[in-house]
Write a protein of this length. Structure first.
Length: 229
């Protein structure tokens, strides 16, 4: 520990959190919101009585869940601009920013996992409540929006938040695209100052503290939800 340089952390922690962690939290928040919305739609499609709709959603979910996330990140960032240009007939690749590219990638990827969580939540609601909604004159969408989905979200909140913690950890993979997230910012400082051990150890401690703290909050929330139920 005699050669451990705490000064490099003291000098750079403001930059790490203002630039790196700010990007990580923004991407996590937007990806969570988009992933839950798209995942809920996919869950409803998977439970649809129309086989073509159910098959399309099932195929998408199984395909995404069988692919490594880092591969999806690379595929979208490098190939989609060319595919988009080919579709619209443009002569040059479509310009996709780093944040937009990462956000769309995580929304599409995490939606497959949120879909399975929401599908379990929807199926946990007794069918009698659905028939009761129909008996009151509600259509399918009114029944889902007013009766089923509110209860499904309440039941699945702890699991949704747990998946969000996983998403928060996965966001660090954008580092492979040289994006300045928390890990990327720490890597730049480590390479510049030659202090890889200090910076990566600091990153590990920060992630552990944040994820462990959030997991404890989720545990308490899960106990409250269980009491309400």
């Amino acid at each position: 520990m005699n050669k451990f340089d705490f000064n490099v952390i003291e000098r750079t922690w403001v930059y790490l959190f203002q630039t790196g962690m700010s990007f990580t939290l923004q991407l996590t928040g937007f990806a969570m919101a988009g992933g839950i919305i798209l995942g809920t739609i996919l869950a409803m499609m998977r439970l649809s009585s129309v086989k073509s709709i159910s098959l399309a959603a099932t195929t998408y979910v199984n395909l995404i869940r069988s692919m490594p996330l880092v591969l999806v990140i690379f595929w979208f960032y490098f190939l989609v601009p060319y595919i988009g240009a080919w579709i619209i007939g443009a002569s040059e690749p479509i310009k996709v920013g780093a944040f937009s590219s990462s956000l769309i990638t995580f929304v599409l990827f995490e939606a497959a996992y949120y879909c399975e969580i929401m599908r379990a939540g929807i199926q946990s609601i007794p069918r009698g409540q659905v028939w009761a909604g129909y008996a009151l004159g509600m259509n399918y969408w009114q029944t889902m929006g007013n009766i089923v989905l509110p209860q499904a979200f309440r039941n699945m909140i702890p699991v949704l938040l747990t998946q969000t913690i996983v998403l928060f950890q996965d966001v660090s993979l954008v580092y492979v695209l040289s994006i300045t997230d928390f890990v990327g910012a720490a890597s730049k400082i480590a390479q510049r100052d030659g202090r890889l051990i200090e910076m990566y150890l600091f990153v590990a401690v920060v992630y552990f503290v944040m994820c462990f703290g959030l997991s404890q909050l989720v545990k308490k929330l899960q106990q409250k939800v269980a009491i309400i139920r």
